[in-house]
Design a protein around this ligand. Structure first.
Ligand code: IMP
Ligand code: MG
Length: 203
């Protein structure tokens, strides 16, 4: 038998993520200059990214958290979100940087941005670990992007039904429908089934 069909492969290694987050942190530090930005992390996926990003800026930043629940595209492409946990910090006059794990259609974030703008921040930008730009539906400016992707990703905060956030790397899932029937599939499998081993490379 010639190897196995892998369920997932490493899309971004721990080292690659560390390097990219450092670059983003440096760009943010340079762009904000003497201003003290308020980093707004959207729970829960972006927490791990935020923790590394805020240190990569080498600056004293304010951080705050927000939890939103999306009514999702299946409810009519509205992107309408409900604020489950609101910010503690007022935004008026602040340079606000929204930190997100992944922007897909952009519907959630474009609705949120409209809401946050009514609080009159001095500036409002978006930083995302992963951008699926080709899937964008909403008109949304994303200012800082870690990685572009078109695949379903888990790890480094990105989850499938709350799983896999703890992975230090980012996995691309070969067939997300496998997770739909078995959400733990990537936890329990032999490494060769998760990461393509030497035997799986056939041509
Ligand atoms: P959208 O931009 O409104 O379509 O929603 C983006 C959200 O969908 C992200 O914040 C994630 O919670 C979720 N999402 C989309 N694609 C992925 C993925 O590949 N892995 C994990 N979560 C994803
Ligand atoms: Mg999210």
């Amino acid at each position: 038998m010639h190897g196995t069909v892998a369920l997932a492969r490493i899309a971004h290694t721990e080292e690659e993520i560390r390097t990219r987050v450092r670059e983003l942190g440096a760009a943010i530090r340079d762009d904000y200059g003497e201003s003290r930005p308020l980093l707004v992390s959207l729970l829960k996926g972006s927490v791990i990214f935020l923790a590394d990003l805020v240190r990569a800026t080498g600056r004293d930043c304010d951080i705050d958290f927000m939890s939103i629940s999306s009514y999702g595209p299946e409810h009519g492409l509205t992107g309408v979100v409900r604020i489950v946990k609101d910010l503690e910090e007022p935004l008026e006059g602040r340079d606000v940087l929204v930190v997100e794990d992944l922007v897909d259609t952009g519907l959630t974030l474009s609705y949120l941005v409209r809401t946050l703008r009514t609080r009159q921040p001095a500036s409002l930008k978006i930083c995302t670990l992963v951008d699926k730009a080709v899937r964008r539906i909403a008109d949304l400016d994303v200012h800082y992007v870690g990685f572009e992707s078109t695949e379903f990703l888990v790890g480094y905060g990105l989850d499938y039904q709350g799983r896999y956030r703890n992975l230090p790397h980012i996995l691309a899932v070969a067939d997300p429908s496998v997770l739909a029937s078995r959400p733990d599939a990537l936890l329990s499998r032999h490494p060769d089934l998760v990461f393509p081993g030497p035997g799986s490379r056939r041509s």
